[in-house]
Write a protein that binds this ligand. Sequence first.
Ligand SMILES: *Cc1c(COP(=O)(O)O)cnc(C)c1O
Length: 231
Amino acid sequence: MRQVTEPVTGLTTVKQQIGMACSGGGRDERSVKLIAASKTVSADRLVPFLESGHFVYGENRVQEAQGKWPALKARYPGIELHLLGPLQSNKAADAVTLFNVIQSLDRPSLAQALGRAFDKAKRRIPLFVQVNIGREPQKAGVAPDETDRFISECRSVYGFDIAGLMCIPPEREPPAAYFSELAKMAEGNGLPGLSIGMSSDFTVAIEHGATHVRVGSAIFGTRARPTQTAA
Ligand SMILES: *Cc1c(COP(=O)(O)O)cnc(C)c1O
């Protein structure tokens, strides 16, 4: 166990920046939820952040989350855990048990698996549909052209509570146009949630209506290991 308390200055700074972006855009600060993206951050290192009163976290891999969150959840009631990374259908049941929100619903076969997992768990959790907004072949997400149809199928076939849309815009490109395209799609489908914005662009995301920002390295520092995305 680490003895030294990890400083939470990154978290404090990000919260201040969110506050400034909100007041600059005439938005209520409470309309933006900060999800601390804690992949690769150990349970020990998370304790000071929890002690500071921050309870909303996001993870990328079911297995990693299963290793660190059950004990923390027992110790800190009120934790809200979001799954941000791609989900394999055979881990849907585990994900529904552990997470409060799944942000990476990206294909019909996963919708089917989640429908079954909800029935089995007798528990339904909010879902975000992930959109491949940059139409990148290597990236997860529903194709923009198929998103409207996918959303209505999720609602009519499975009765899902679709909370909003999530995207990861292409790297090394200005994200603004992608954010506004996603915002339009959300509005067109009557979806209130917009999960956009990471460490490099969360203030831009807030200008474009983000209701959820997912911030990792600006809070926890640069990740030592490369990002693992497979759940
Ligand atoms: C890692 C990750 C984040 C946070 O990324 P940072 O650049 O470290 O802020 C946000 N969303 C998803 C889906 C991620 O995998």
